[in-house]
Design a protein around this ligand. Structure first.
Ligand SMILES: C[S@@+](CC[C@H](N)C(=O)[O-])C[C@H]1O[C@@H](n2cnc3c(N)ncnc32)[C@H](O)[C@@H]1O
Length: 393
């Protein structure tokens, strides 16, 4: 496909997303319907779509949509202007290219520097005070970081490899990576990211794909060999696998949506780690540690999942905080006296983090705080919050 044809495809997909469709699903169905497109085409279209979702307000502004919600065409026009590329080279008469710019589209747009803050920082206005409450003077740099594509991180599985060995095996498949300060197990991929899922290092369980902030969460847990550990919101098991790689644990995974755990068995077998899955009725009340990696707004991870930034509403945020409180209340009786309750989100908002923990501690005098940590996207990975509490002996 030509660069202009890729742009056309991205415009169509962005219009579907604007109409309420999910970007990942639209990209998949586009690929199915256009089998002639190669992997490089699909990757380029995906990059166009996700870059535009991360920068929806600023690209819309530069594309002439002002503060309104931009069309796919306006977003791609804005993207080209943001990159100081010549739009006429791609919006042209060529086959499969988006039609040439109209006279109206050629009118000069007001400079982005004079746009409202939420437009410049690509943030919905109502979320700005929530970020500011936690981040203060770092709000603008953090939101700026969330406007850019997230790096691909790997976690070296210490059960099977040292960092040096994992790097060697990755290099044999043309993948280069460098250690990352957020965690001793974290590698940031610097070349060959698209080859990781087919690489020997990945297929033989030496490395897993996991954000560096996510790895730092696991580093903050008081894990010791022999502990009985429950991952209560296990999803695909990313954090359970990381816990199992750190210590010799008796690990159980649970999720309210059991179907989400279907990948845990193959991933665990690749990693050489035993993880049992259980329904709520099969859980014990004597765990040494329960991790609740709760559903959240994702406000620390909008670089990776940008559609969530625009889909979030005050109602949905309120609903999430109620689910978070309910999960904490559900797991409290699952711990033995002296056991640890760990609460994690990929959110930067106080209402999902410190306020949830304060409300829980006020209602549950048996628990005391041990530590908490906010991991900023400025540290290089996604933003996360982790709090560790201990149940009284
Ligand atoms: C942030 S995701 C977990 C990601 C996962 N821990 C990982 O590292 O890949 C949150 C998970 O919580 C689950 N969940 C939502 N409500 C729940 C509840 N009441 N009890 C248990 N799990 C719940 C969701 O199905 C979802 O899989």
């Amino acid at each position: 496909m030509t660069p202009a044809a890729r742009l056309s495809a991205a415009i169509d997909i962005l219009d579907d997303v604007r109409a309420g469709e999910n970007a990942e699903r639209m990209l998949t169905s586009w690929a199915r319907a256009n089998r002639f497109a190669g992997s490089k085409d699909r990757a380029a279209i995906r990059d166009h779509v996700f870059d535009a979702l991360r920068c929806r307000r600023s690209y819309g502004w530069l594309g002439g949509a002002g503060e309104g919600q931009a069309s796919g065409r306006q977003l791609m026009l804005g993207a080209l202007r943001a990159a100081q590329a010549d739009p006429d080279a791609l919006f042209c008469e060529a086959r499969f290219a988006p039609p040439p710019l109209t006279a109206e589209e050629r009118l000069p747009v007001p400079p982005l520097a004079g746009a409202p803050e939420g437009v410049r920082l690509d943030c919905p206005d109502w979320l700005l005070p929530l970020y500011r409450e936690t981040l203060g003077a770092e709000t603008a740099p953090v939101l700026e970081a969330l406007r850019h594509r997230a790096a691909l991180f790997l976690r070296v599985n210490r059960r099977k490899a040292t960092l040096a060995y994992a790097l060697e095996v990755l290099a044999a498949d043309g993948i280069a990576a460098v250690p990352h300060p957020l965690s001793e197990t974290a590698l940031r991929v610097t070349r060959g990211a698209r080859a990781v899922a087919r690489s020997q290092a990945y297929l033989s369980g030496l490395v897993e794909i996991q954000d560096a902030g996510s790895q730092a969460i696991i580093d903050a847990l008081p894990l010791e060999d022999g502990m009985a550990v429950l991952d209560y919101c296990a999803g695909g098991g990313g954090k359970a696998l990381a816990m199992g790689a750190r210590a010799d644990l008796r690990l159980t995974a649970h999720d309210v949506d059991a179907a989400r755990m279907q990948d845990i068995a193959p991933r665990a077998s690749r990693a050489g780690i035993a993880i049992a899955t259980a329904r709520a009725s099969g859980l014990s009340d004597r765990y040494d540690l329960v991790l609740c990696d709760v559903p959240c707004s994702g406000s620390g991870a909008f670089a990776r999942s940008p559609q969530g930034k625009w889909a979030l509403t005050p109602d949905r945020l309120g609903q999430l905080t109620r689910i978070q409180a309910q999960i904490l209340a559900e797991v409290a009786p699952r711990l033995r006296p002296g056991g640890y309750l760990a609460y994690a989100t990929c959110s930067l908002f106080r209402c999902e983090n410190q306020e949830r923990i304060a409300a829980f501690l006020a209602a549950q005098p048996d628990f005391t705080p041990v530590r908490d940590r906010l991991i900023s996207p400025l540290e290089g990975g996604d933003g996360f919050y982790i709090a560790v509490l201990q149940k009284r002996l």
